[in-house]
Design a protein around this ligand. Sequence first.
Ligand SMILES: NC(=O)c1ccc[n+]([C@@H]2O[C@H](COP(=O)([O-])OP(=O)(O)OC[C@H]3O[C@@H](n4cnc5c(N)ncnc54)[C@H](OP(=O)(O)O)[C@@H]3O)[C@@H](O)[C@H]2O)c1
Length: 293
Amino acid sequence: MRILVLGGTGRVGSAVVRVLVARGHDVIGLARSEASAAKLRQAGATVIGGDIVAPEAWVKTLPHLEAAIHMACDFASDMAAVDKRLLDALLPALAAQPHRARFIYTGGCWQFGATGEEAATEASPFHPLPAFAWMVPHLQRVLASPDIDGIVIHPAMVYAGAGGVFDRFAREAIERDAIRVVGSEAVRWALVHSGDLGTLYALALERAPKGESYMGASVEAMPIGRIARAFARRYGTARQEPDIISSDAIAAELGEWARGYALDQRLSGAKARRELGWQPEHLDPEAEIARLA
Ligand SMILES: NC(=O)c1ccc[n+]([C@@H]2O[C@H](COP(=O)([O-])OP(=O)(O)OC[C@H]3O[C@@H](n4cnc5c(N)ncnc54)[C@H](OP(=O)(O)O)[C@@H]3O)[C@@H](O)[C@H]2O)c1
């Protein structure tokens, strides 16, 4: 398929591009800088120059497409308005394609709030983190759009080696005398390795019926204290016990969106396994941390 990818250099998007190229798809990546364009070319994609902040300029230049995947976000305070303007320009452009286009929109685990013991599924009601509440009408708009085949993927917390959501644990294991965790050691995150998530996007692109949503979660719930302690062990951090910081402290440091780090969640990826044949391979993050170079 010929696919436009937005955000193809990010934590989610770079893995998706890698998998799509490996499966023989023709990937066109949007790049807002020469550095991003170089990364996309290196991964085997071709490039269209453009910024999601001003989509009207580049949607006019799009070649014929069979699909688009949106994974771009800059986590700034105007991300809701930027995303709305993007959909206002991109959805009509996809609807005008000669063949009916498929469109995957990226939601996220933080749309489901603190779940308690019962795993959230695609059928669970949304309880979004306030900083990401704007996303609910956007993903509903994509799913309900009559002119395209809209699909939504909600990634869990995405890691790869010491990168993605593990990046901060790895850095602090080296730079500080203890790793910081937000809320409490008992807070649980649902996790997914970026390579497995890339495969899920490809399967959804190739097989998902329109209007469907999928959780991208391969590990339902992992206490963040166990992740922090695994990094502290591996890197010989002075104090093995993590420092607990509040969600106010992390929001002051990174922005309101970072309160999501304190959400205690359990998410089920069973629907993607059952309906798309997704078989994630990375199921033991602690063992992967222990093997890190
Ligand atoms: N990572 C996770 O654990 C996770 C979990 C659930 C949901 N999500 C969702 O997945 C999406 C992507 O997250 P991520 O973690 O992959 O983010 P990321 O690593 O920060 O990547 C963001 C991507 O968006 C691109 N981008 C940002 N602003 C842009 C602009 N103005 N114009 C064009 N491209 C722009 C970046 O390109 P440049 O190369 O130019 O910077 C990059 O490719 C977000 O909506 C996020 O909420 C992520």
